[in-house]
Design a protein around this ligand. Structure first.
Ligand code: SAM
Length: 280
């Protein structure tokens, strides 16, 4: 029995179900339920919400979310070995946990969720970044979710909240801050995980704004920032050359000197550039 619920401690769950961590699935498990409850609290008031959790593994964060009062949790897990452990949690919280076995990049969870919806996850780095970009760039805004509470490698977390002029500032900062309030909710040392990864981690909390801070088309803003930051040391007139034949005029129309570098351009001017490139 653990401090937050009547289920066995996670070490015991892992031993019972033989859940040895697989590197190929980016498995670094959180076994301290007080810590997972703290992450769940960082997600905000869950009592009225459905929570989408990606990659529940043996269920540490899942239990934190349920113990923190989430109305329902929908958990998407790729590793079938974790399903029996998750079934035990579902039994302890009748009607509140649904598990889908599958790849979060392929599964559409929306059919199983009722708004308001929040997202919480401790994910492998590569899947996490790809999902984040998808969550941030739907054509319509506001999105189906109210907030995202996501564990990342600390450097990635810093890239999400970064300001212009810093090394960490790039495409993720622009896309995230365009439509969300972003903040780092907590940092975690490697020892918090089993097995401990080589890197430090951080939980980022993003709250969806009712509307984007500045007008722009999501696809165009994505293309512009991807091209600008892929060659971040180059002047924008060179890195964006392929986007439009008259890119220098479009840069000037957005209030950007063609000789500036991506790092110096703030969110407002990137949105102006996306509008200029789209020809609006
Ligand atoms: N949430 C658990 C925790 O905090 O202890 C596990 C975290 S572990 C870093 C990442 C989890 O994501 C693993 O359970 C792994 O099997 C799962 N996973 C990896 N790739 C996935 C994918 N594409 N779709 C769904 N789950 C995935």
């Amino acid at each position: 029995m653990s401090a937050i619920d009547s289920l066995p401690p996670l070490r015991e769950v892992i031993a019972t179900h033989d859940l040895r961590a697989k590197k190929s699935l980016g498995q670094n498990f959180l076994l301290d339920l007080n810590l997972t409850a703290k992450i769940a609290r960082a997600a905000g008031d869950l009592s009225e919400c459905d929570v989408l959790e990606i990659g529940p593994g043996p269920g540490g964060l899942t239990r934190g979310l349920l113990a923190s009062g989430a109305r329902r949790v929908l958990a998407v897990e790729k590793d079938a070995r974790c399903l029996p452990a998750l079934a035990e949690i579902a039994e302890a919280y009748p009607g509140r946990l649904q598990v889908i076995e599958g790849d979060a990049l392929k599964v559409d969870p929306l059919a199983h969720l009722t708004p308001p919806i929040r997202v919480a996850a401790n994910l492998p780095y590569n899947v996490g970044t790809e999902l984040l970009v998808r969550w941030l760039t739907p054509t319509e805004w506001p999105p189906y979710w109210q907030s995202l509470t996501l564990m990342f490698q600390k450097e990635v977390a810093q890239r999400i909240v970064a300001q212009p002029g810093s090394k960490a500032y790039g495409r993720l900062a622009v896309l995230a801050q365009w439509r969300c309030e972003t903040r780092i909710a907590m940092e975690l040392p490697p020892e918090a995980f089993t097995p401990p990864p080589k890197i430090r981690s951080a939980v980022v909390h993003l709250t969806a704004l009712p509307e984007p801070k500045f007008d722009a088309d999501a696809d165009v803003l994505q293309k512009v920032t991807a091209a600008a930051f892929n060659q971040r040391r180059k002047m924008l007139r060179a890195s964006l050359k392929g986007l439009a034949p008259d890119i220098e005029d479009r840069l000037l129309a957005a209030g950007i000197e063609p000789t500036e570098r991506a790092e110096q351009v703030n969110l407002e001017r990137f949105c102006a550039l996306a509008r200029a490139v789209a020809g609006t």
